[in-house]
Unconditional design. Structure first.
Lengths: 244, 108
């Protein structure tokens, strides 16, 4: 743990601490909303410890609080969390093996992955991933607990603009990967368009995955799929690949 | 305890176990697939594509509809500051502050 911290420079440490703090604040609103909706505190708290993936938890408590089936809530949450499979393919090299791989998998989330992707050396990748992941492992449940205990005292979290914070954080963190790679930038933009186009038609979680076929688009030689890779998704106009 | 009261904790367990399986699958598959340069680049690009799509959908959509004005404006302001390499804390506060200020003015 100390070596993780020493590998990171001051600015990166501050950034990671700030993201963890921001997640704690969002956790507070999640805890408060859950309790205000009439759910027992154990539910959001257990989810935040065992699932540790904010969007899926918020969806889960939203469905249950509205009187929906817990089984449907679990299924919806799983769809939202399916993106962790490609995340693990991209950032899995930082985890290590055995117990480390188990704990490292549990602390895999949007923020820890994006911090890892932004680093240039393997040491820094590993340190950034673990520092952010472990920080959120602590801050998210603590925020949920605090929010659940304070309940409605905090008022409407949207009034503080908290909902704009998460996308802005991710955007700021993913920018370095886009800034110096025109190919990835074009692919990512095309993917965002696909995801937004799919949003009115698909349940939560799936629109994000609908961005992946953008990797198959011939956008000035976007990193192509492996030989015989998956074809374009149904209904999306994808031109013939150049690299086949 | 009847079947219905068990359904909620069981569903929590299913979500937790399934989510862990998703997270564990990537690092496990990665070692099996072996890391060619090309595969490596493709996997990194797919993570970036997913993250950008996540930014777009969480910034611009609410459920299956549009998110209104305040949140997208906040994210846009944050994004511009990040592009101009302003400190991260400024990005976060500007995004939340912009959305909050617009709502205070009655713009949702």
């Amino acid at each position: 743990m100390r070596s993780i911290w020493r590998t990171l420079d001051r600015r990166l440490r501050l950034d990671i601490a700030l993201v963890c703090l921001a997640d704690g604040v969002v956790g507070m609103s999640y805890g408060a909303i859950s309790v205000s909706a009439g759910l027992d505190l154990w539910l959001p708290l257990t989810l935040s410890v065992l699932v540790l993936a904010g969007a899926s938890e918020i969806l889960f408590v939203g469905i249950v609080a509205a009187g929906g089936s817990p089984a449907a809530a679990a299924l919806g949450g799983l769809l939202v969390n399916a993106r962790h499979v490609p995340f693990g393919l991209a950032a899995g090299d930082v985890l290590g093996r055995g117990v480390r791989r188990v704990l490292g998998s549990h602390v895999m989330n949007d923020e820890s992955v994006v911090f890892a992707l932004g680093q240039s050396t393997p040491d820094r990748r590993r340190a950034a991933y673990w520092a952010c992941g472990l920080g959120i492992l602590v801050c998210w449940p603590l925020g949920t607990l605090a929010g659940g205990l304070l309940g409605g005292v905090l008022g409407d979290p949207d009034a503080y603009g908290l909902d704009a914070m998460f996308p802005a954080v991710l955007l700021a963190l993913v920018l370095p990967s886009l800034r110096d790679d025109a190919r990835t930038r074009r692919t990512a933009l095309a993917g965002a368009v696909l995801a937004l186009a799919a949003t009115p038609f698909l349940p939560a979680g799936l629109p994000v995955l609908a961005a992946l076929p953008a990797l198959l688009l011939p956008l000035g030689g976007a990193p192509g799929p492996a030989e015989g890779g998956p074809g374009p998704a149904d209904g999306e106009p994808v031109r013939e690949e150049t690299a086949r | 305890m009847n079947a219905h009261t068990l359904l909620l904790p069981a569903s929590v367990a299913v979500l937790a176990a399934g989510t862990f399986t998703f997270r564990y699958a990537g690092p496990l598959l990665r070692t099996r697939l072996g890391g060619t340069d090309r595969a490596e680049r493709l996997m990194t690009a797919s993570a970036v594509v997913l993250l950008v799509a996540l930014v777009a959908t969480t910034a611009l959509a609410e459920g299956t509809g549009p998110a209104g004005v305040a949140r997208p404006a906040g994210v846009l302001v944050g994004g511009v500051l990040a592009w101009r390499r302003l400190p991260f804390v400024a990005v976060v506060l500007a995004a939340a502050g912009t959305a909050a200020a617009l709502r205070l003015l009655g713009l949702e």
